[in-house]
Design a binder for this molecule. Sequence first.
Ligand code: ACO
Length: 444
Amino acid sequence: MGKESLTITDNRTGTSYEVPIEDGAISASAIRKIKTSDDDFGLLTYDPGLSATASVKSAITYIDGDAGILRYRGYPIDQLAAHSSYLETAYLIVKGELPDRQALEAWEHNITMHTMLHENLKKFMEGFRYDAHPMGILVGTVAALSTFYPDAKNIDDVESRRLQARRLIGKMPTIAAAAYRYSLGLPYVQPDNDLSYAGNFLSMLFKMTELKYVPNPVLERALDVLFILHADHEQNCSANAIRAVGSSRVDPYSATAAAAAALYGPLHGGANEAAVNMLKEIGSVEKIPQFIEKVKAGEGRLMGFGHRVYKNYDPRATIIKRIADGVFEETGKNSLIDIAVELERIALQDDYFIDRKLYPNVDFYSGIIYEAMGFPTAMFPVLFAIGRTSGWVAQWAENVIDEEQRIVRPRQLYLGADTRDFVPLTERPKPATRERKLLAGKML
Ligand code: ACO
């Protein structure tokens, strides 16, 4: 084994630099030291999408995308999905270790004690239009939590951080259920502290006039496992968002709202909604080949396929496929599953998908299960957000206490106009129509 370093020769100057390799990475600030002269700003690395940049040191989640491995705090996702509960997994993610019985009971109790919403927060939610997307309601309402809990600004106080974490994990299902009930014009249902985390969520969603809602145990467990599968996924778009926004030292509710906003996008948490819509659009197994040809011709993407990190089967998709069988036994089979299975079969034999290592991701099957359970598609990213809250909280807190972290403020490569003098409006030449269109630009 050679030396753990890199020797870089700058061919512009002939100078060589030795850059140490630590944990499989070189420090980007070492690259900045590569200069052509003393007043040179220094070399930058250019990495749109940050796919070749490690921006944090983290001990929460490990992914090996080539091998299809996902572990929370070292524990394989399939073991957690088989043996753990969402709240136990949330404890593991947030605190770093599995709890003993006493710690788990205390944690469950503490989360349960924070499931209720301030009445004014409910009134705030009523300000949304009757047909507002529940994810929009969730993003806005989570941000509004910061105004109810100004103590959350004490981000350097560990007790305050713990309290906000419990509030966020506790209240997220209540906000999600309220958003759903609101869109249907149904009265909100108070949390039922006798029920499990997932069972209580089902109760807040679906309870009608019965005195006590009794969740279907198969669906309750399926939902709990889906929350486990979505709990964290290292430096994805929304984790990066909560870290970047949190690096300004804003309160965790505002930072979580930013994470939820990131999750709303169709390339992230909105993909399960997009996947179900795509399956509906395909409509039947016979139409799959022609749909695949359209995707290969660049007309749209196969939603729920492909991943920035996984270049193999997403391990969560395998577990979800198994859950689907149990759910369908209770709810009856969703016709979309046949289209999904066949679409996956055809795509995985096609060179286009093989060459690009495109496999089903977590979103390919989750939407079908949610739909079979009675959720409208608009609720899918909301369900994702509930599970992901523990991951967000952990990513945020890890960033807050990391002394190497600073406010996130990337550099840019400026390729715009050089300095030029302002021309008063009256003196500007009138551009021809074509030039005016060009001036209008593509950006906005
Ligand atoms: N369907 C068809 N082609 C695809 C797909 C897809 N789903 N995903 C990637 N490709 C192609 C691209 O067109 C590109 O082809 P090219 O090299 O010929 O130009 C190549 O594969 C690489 O694609 P990139 O966009 O560079 O991959 P990137 O890592 O940036 O994107 C992403 C990852 C956003 C997930 C992408 O695969 C995608 O859009 N998938 C569909 C949306 C989706 O399912 N998102 C959920 C992700 S999981 C999550 O957030 C929970």
